[in-house]
Design a protein around this ligand. Structure first.
Ligand code: NCD
Length: 362
């Protein structure tokens, strides 16, 4: 059985198989309309969502399956103090597959460690969002046709934007990928992403302070919302909230074949005068999210009974209960009965990273 907690839980080949299956689903909708008959998807959403939850729901419906779950955890036993591990064990009695979104970093991993059915991470805090990555990859495939030799600019909140972290990880497995980081000082890409993902995989990246200076070289511009809900300090949010705004005027310097992606929701970072531009792919991207989630659910359910499709959820060289995570939003600091688990840092011999959120120890 396999879970999807991090985009690299799928090999590059498995990822491409899921993208290809999504393309086949788009071309032959009727063929899949009963593929998940009798199966149930549980959507466990501890955090707000429109696209992700509803696209999972629509995906399972289009496969002929059923959906149960919650979108307001305060109406569930969570408000009585039930842990993520216990809720997962309970849901295992009712469903065949879980999609979980949680504000605690590492929640989906804890769920997977306590589950006999596949768990899909639908976003864990500011850490990861692998199904948005599949959505982004399918969009790049349909709009641009390749994953190699892409120059991709990430703009906005690169610190808290989990979709950015997951997409960079997935693209770091392709050749000729160049990453351009466009963010204010306070919202720069986390250190582990630069060191362990870009540097270790030989992905060149540069940090710039304006969109204008890089616009002509981009094949993809990935815009993001400043993640208000992750700030500890409201003044800090006010200082950066309007940092980058893409409008039709700035777009004039872009290549005619460039594509603009955004996981949505948008606040003000893309002006509505961009929407009619054929390069604006973000609403087409939303529909791709449904098709790729259909492909993912189908694939994970097919693999559920197979011994050869195991994740190694915890690396073999990890150590338990020897370090404390420095991230206050890590599940190891927020819930009871969660072992602290650290693995050696790939970029720094002698240092350790938390397996739930990839922060360093205190
Ligand atoms: C993103 C998320 O939840 O991380 N939205 C989504 O899933 N499509 C991006 C965001 O909330 O800004």
């Amino acid at each position: 059985m396999k879970h999807l907690i991090d985009p690299t839980d799928l090999t590059r080949q498995e990822t491409e198989e899921i993208i290809d299956l999504a393309l086949d689903i788009i071309a032959n909708r009727d063929k899949y309309s009963e593929s998940c008959k009798g199966k149930k998807l549980a959507t466990l959403f501890y955090e707000p969502s429109t696209r992700t939850r509803l696209s999972f729901t629509a995906a399972m419906m289009e496969l002929g399956g059923n959906v149960l779950g919650f979108s307001d955890a305060q109406n569930t036993s969570v408000s009585k103090g039930e842990t993520c591990a216990d809720t997962t064990k309970v849901i295992n009695c009712f469903a065949d597959i879980i999609a979980m979104r949680h504000f605690e970093e590492g929640a989906a991993l804890v769920s997977a460690l306590n589950s006999r059915i596949p768990v899909i991470n639908a976003g864990d805090g500011s850490h990861a969002h692998p199904t948005q990555t599949l959505t982004d990859l399918l969009t790049i495939k349909r709009e641009i046709g390749r994953f190699d030799n892409l120059t991709i600019g990430f703009c906005g909140d690169l610190k808290f934007g989990r979709t950015v972290h997951s997409l960079i990880k997935a693209l770091s497995r392709y050749s000729g990928v160049k990453v351009v980081l466009i963010a204010p000082e306070q919202l720069r890409l986390p250190d582990y992403m630069k060191k362990e993902v870009c540097e270790v995989n030989g992905i060149p990246y540069k940090e710039v302070s304006t969109l204008e200076e890089v616009m002509p070289e981009l094949d993809v511009l990935y815009m993001t919302r400043v993640q208000k809900e992750r700030f500890f300090d409201e003044d800090e949010f006010d200082r950066v909230k309007d940092c980058f705004i893409l409008d039709a005027e700035k777009l004039r310097a872009a290549k005619p074949e460039m594509r603009i992606l955004h996981p949505l929701p948008r606040v003000n970072e893309i002006s509505v005068d961009v929407d009619a531009d054929p390069r604006a792919a973000y609403f087409r991207q939303v529909e791709n999210g449904k098709f790729v989630r259909m492909a993912l659910i189908l694939t994970l359910l097919r693999w559920a009974g197979r011994d050869d499709k195991q994740n190694r959820l915890i690396p073999a060289d990890a150590v338990r209960n020897q370090h404390v995570c420095r991230n206050p939003r890590c599940i190891s600091n927020m819930e009871v009965n969660v072992d602290s688990i650290f693995r050696p840092a790939a970029d720094h011999p002698g240092e350790w990273r938390c397996v739930y959120c990839e922060s360093k120890s205190k």
